[in-house]
Ligand binder design. Structure first.
Ligand code: NAD
Ligand code: UDP
Ligand code: UDP
Length: 343
């Protein structure tokens, strides 16, 4: 038994029949779509460090070459500028499918493109997985639970989602992506895995992506008030990115399809988050209230019993430990930005 695909060896079917690839070479060949983004680039670092060959596919909509530039020149790393909405031919053992804008500001920017990415992008990656016998992992989201009527959320909860709202391109898009994933599994025998990721933060998040952690941290560093939307009593659970990366790899390598909630069960109101950012960065930081956005879920907290039991995984890094780890990265980038503007 080798690591190369379901059938025991890698192969391509370009008219010359099945050709074994890399026999005797037990390194895995892995595609990470969205690998130049925040989560993707941390995942790629871990896979490269483990000794795998990694191909990143990214169209740089929200990702940046800077996130993977330290890997340029590494013969086990390859970067392809490609939009997953278009088909692609590759030969690999595993596909981590992350490509999709994740911040509300980004995914609402061009909602139809967000849907195409979720539907056609996921379809293409599943078609690829089917053709080459690769294992496919979908990064779905806690947003499939919508504005939840069950708290905390278990994987068995079907969700409470507005199909015609401004968030629908993302949450309904991910719901279809999950459906496609299960149909390729049931219909075509593709080996699949589904992760439902809860709010994640860490170094390399886009500075101005509008997500709450990146906003508060950047605002506190720039000595601007932290913008709290609505009354600030809505809750989220914040997971440090390295915990997520361990979870994704445990899921890919394990025997269970999922879906699995991957998140940190620590639950905070936005006002409590602002307090932690204040303690971490600047005791004189202030908050400013702003009107909330439409369809904002009131609360969110994962029940992670299933991942604990079947993947032997749980997050290790609390918000108070994790926040300081992203501050240096944010400070440096904000400083560079200011210098770039000549200030
Ligand atoms: P990100 O925006 O930093 O990364 C997404 C990457 O996908 C970017 O590099 C972007 O350029 C790329 N991309 C977008 N559309 C593409 C397309 N059509 N073709 C090719 N590449 C494309 O976001 P992230 O936080 O790293 O999220 C990664 C994945 O995890 C996403 O699928 C997201 O839905 C999921 N997720 C993230 C969170 C979170 O809190 N970070 C929570 C739930 C789910
Ligand atoms: N696909 C791809 N790379 C591959 C195989 C398929 O991008 O190596 C795309 C293909 O172009 C199609 C999608 O994946 O749009 C679904 O493929 P599948 O074979 O399941 O469906 P079909 O091509 O029969 O519609
Ligand atoms: N939020 C906030 N201030 C900001 C950005 C976001 O209070 O500057 C709130 C937002 O209304 C939501 C929560 O923070 O209730 C999380 O928002 P985010 O965009 O980070 O992620 P979501 O979980 O909504 O996808």
């Amino acid at each position: 038994q080798t690591d190369f695909g379901r059938h025991g060896y890698g192969k391509y079917t370009n008219g010359v029949g099945r050709v074994p690839v890399g026999i005797g070479n037990r390194r895995k060949r892995i595609v990470v779509t969205g690998g130049a983004g925040f989560v993707g680039s941390h995942l790629v670092d871990k896979l490269i460090a483990r000794g795998d060959d990694v191909i990143v596919i990214d169209n740089f909509f929200t990702g940046r070459k800077e996130n993977v530039v330290h890997l340029f020149g590494n013969p086990r790393f390859e970067l392809i500028r490609h939009d997953v909405v278009e088909p692609i031919l590759l030969e690999v053992d595993q596909i981590y499918h992350l490509a999709c804008p994740a911040s509300p500001v980004h995914y609402k920017h061009n909602p139809v493109k967000t849907i195409k990415t979720n539907v056609m992008g996921t379809l293409n990656m599943l078609g690829l997985a089917k053709r080459i016998g690769a294992r496919f992992l979908l990064t779905s989201t806690s947003e499939v639970y919508g504005d939840p009527l069950e708290h905390p959320q278990k994987e068995t909860y079907w969700g409470h989602v507005n199909p015609i709202g401004v968030r629908s391109c993302y949450d309904e898009g991910k719901r279809v992506a999950e459906t496609l994933t299960m149909d390729y599994h049931r219909g075509d025998g593709v080996e699949v895995r589904i992760a439902r990721i809860f709010n994640t933060y860490g170094p390399r998040m886009c500075l101005d992506d509008g997500r709450v952690v990146s906003n508060f941290v950047a605002q506190a560093i720039r000595k601007q008030p932290m913008t709290v939307y609505g009354d600030g009593k809505q809750t989220r659970s914040f997971q440090y990115v390295s915990d997520l990366v361990y979870g994704l790899i445990a899921l890919m390598e394990g025997e269970h399809i999922g879906p699995f909630n991957l998140g940190n069960p620590g639950e905070f109101t936005m006002l409590e988050l602002a307090e932690v950012v204040k303690e971490t960065i600047d005791p004189s930081a202030t908050v400013e209230f702003k009107p909330n956005t439409a369809d904002d879920p009131h609360k969110r907290k994962p029940d992670i019993s299933k991942a604990k039991e079947l993947l032997n995984w749980e997050p290790k890094i609390s918000l108070k430990e994790g926040l300081p780890r992203m501050v240096d990265d944010f400070r440096n980038r904000i400083l560079n930005e200011d210098e770039g503007r000549g200030s």
